[in-house]
Ligand binder design. Structure first.
Ligand code: GUN
Ligand code: ZN
Length: 438
């Protein structure tokens, strides 16, 4: 057997098969001394190290990550790469935050060199945090998305991105037209969708910034390219919602605006969805659309507390995301930590196993990508993260007191950030390696 390209990673390994809130212990595999076998960038085998190693040829290379935990690459279902420099902007809620900080910042992406620079920074930051796949907004400029996909292609990361469509209620320099947004999106889809690991999302920013004619163009794109994604925002802020009802008086509610243009579906991701009504939940369920929960953003912009228990009761699928630059961290660990606090404020509990399920297989499922990423299923693309239980003094101290796996994972989530990421692998190649720190 040719073992040249076979590498075995030995560490504690956690892998999800299904939702631990539904299936309990049978929802996941945990190997205290595990071995993950990667061949040609794909998962070949996962199991107990003693068994796996005994079955392999003696000349395979073995990488030891003792005292570390390997999990599948983290997935972020909603983030804005052009908002890197907007992060930590003081004092405003959504509409003023957009007008005062975000729109001016996005104007700079007309310059492709500027866009490339930020795209490279952004992707390195994600990899540093263990995130290997994200669903990403560009700006209104076509070249912003070209710059992004070029930077992602260079790293071979599986990314979803789209050119923002916006033709009203924004500064002149950020507005396209229904026709130009259609033409630019179409060219980007033709060039980039399913090109290597890149995927395209039709991206009307939100109902406020698109005319009827532009939403029709979004609809046309989705009907011409049924396997592309759709991403937008919904029901994040009360002022935003009031403006939407003024602009679309004939719509039943916010979701109905998008529904009228057939923008709902299993590849449609609606960010926030904090203030949705029962009818909207029902339509999301019927159409298999999903809501993206962005806790750091919702807290930072004072938008509100998403009730994920309600979504579960209504059988609406949801994922977890950072929403940088409304969100305040690139780290999915920090994002899960804030998600936990939001559930506490809703008198609910988000368990550590459920949290890590969401950030891996759960998010992959909402993106219809669980046949490729999100778990160590045989044949999946080998994106994975190596987490360090001793990444900081306090993490190390706390871990020694933890007795159960759940306790250890909870401490990792609550105390972890980019320092907890020892290494990030993209299709079997090391894409980030943290220096020794403590
Ligand atoms: N709604 C419309 N655009 C945006 C954005 O860029 N960020 C957030 N958080 N909400 C939005
Ligand atoms: Zn957003």
């Amino acid at each position: 057997m040719n073992t040249q390209s076979t590498t075995v990673y030995r560490a504690a390994i956690l892998n999800f098969l299904s939702d631990p809130d539904i299936d309990g212990e049978s929802a996941y595999q945990f190997f205290q001394d595990g071995a993950l076998v990667i061949e040609h960038g794909k998962v070949k085998e996962l199991g107990e190290a003693s068994l796996v190693l005994a079955s392999l040829a003696t000349d395979v290379s073995i990488v030891n990550y003792q005292d570390h935990l390997i999990i599948p690459g983290l997935i972020d279902t909603h983030i804005h790469y052009p908002q890197v420099e907007v992060i930590a902007s003081y004092g405003e809620q959504l509409m003023d935050w957009l007008n005062n900080y975000t729109f001016p910042a996005e104007g700079q992406f007309e310059d492709k060199a500027y866009a490339s620079n930020i795209a490279n920074f952004f992707l390195d930051e994600l990899l540093k945090c263990g995130t290997t796949t994200a669903m990403v907004f560009g700006t209104v400029h076509k070249q912003s998305v070209e710059a992004f996909f070029e930077a992602s292609e260079k790293r071979n990361t599986r990314m979803i991105c789209g050119k923002v469509m916006m033709d009203r209620n924004a500064p002149e320099f950020l507005c396209d037209t229904p026709e130009s947004s259609y033409d630019d999106s179409k060219q980007l889809i033709e060039t980039w969708h399913n090109n290597g690991r890149q995927l395209y999302a039709v991206t009307p920013r939100f109902a406020i910034t698109s005319t009827h004619q532009q939403l029709q163009k979004a609809e046309q794109l989705l009907s011409e390219y049924p396997d592309v994604y759709m991403q937008t925002h919904i029901s994040e802020n009360k002022d935003e919602m009031a403006f939407v009802s003024e602009l679309f008086p004939q719509a039943k509610d916010y979701l109905d605006v998008y529904d009228q243009y057939n923008l709902l579906g299993k590849r449609s991701v609606f960010a926030h969805g904090i203030h949705l009504n029962n009818r909207e939940h029902q339509r999301l369920r019927e159409t298999e659309s999903s809501v993206s929960f962005c806790p750091t953003s919702n807290l930072f912009l004072g938008s509100g507390l998403l009730d994920i228990k309600k979504l579960e009761q209504q059988q609406v699928s949801y994922s977890v995301a950072t929403d940088v630059g409304g969100g305040t961290s690139f780290s999915m660990l920090q994002t899960l930590s804030e998600a936990y606090k939001v559930t506490q404020l809703n008198n609910n509990k988000l368990s550590p196993l459920k949290s890590l399920y969401l950030a891996t297989l759960g998010n992959a499922k909402t993106l219809q990508l669980d046949d490729k990423i999100g778990s160590f299923k045989k044949g999946n693309e080998a994106d994975f993260v190596v987490l360090d239980f001793n990444s900081t003094s306090i993490m190390s101290l706390k871990q020694k007191k933890c007795k159960t796996l759940a306790e250890k994972l909870f401490a990792m989530i609550i105390l972890g950030d980019d320092r907890a990421v020892k290494a990030t692998y993209v299709e079997g190649h090391c894409a980030h390696q943290r220096d020794a720190i403590r």
